[in-house]
Unconditional design. Sequence first.
Length: 163
Amino acid sequence: MFQLAQLNVAVMKEPMESPGMANFVANLDRINALADTSPGFVWRLQTDEGNGTALHPSGENILVNLSVWQDPASLAEYVYKSAHREVMRRRKRWFERMSEAYLVLWWVPAGHRPALAEAVDRLEHLRRRGPSPTAFNFAESFPAPDVIDSNSLPAFCAKPPQE
């Protein structure tokens, strides 16, 4: 069985402790708690402070969010249909517009908690090669490795005829 890992990154316009980021910071605990209690949520990377804003593997002004979900539908429900969406509508106030991919999805074995380096590697893979089963996005996703479409099986794998 597999679960969906996701990493998204954002380039801050100002340092986290600046007045310009105050509204983002004020909503952080509430939005993280919403994720934690959302159907299909499995895990998210966090420090002792309860979030990942202290982690900067790609530069001091780059925030990372790494989490694992049961499936793409659960993640999409949280991202696009919860209070998360309302806060992210204001992201232009806090974050630079990115010209390259800032979100990557990939399948992990159930129970696996991806390391930040693994996640950053997946994002770089997506940026270099485009969507593939190794690293993809919502617009062009791929099924979990254990999901098989019986209509696409070769003839020799088809059910034997009924006797």
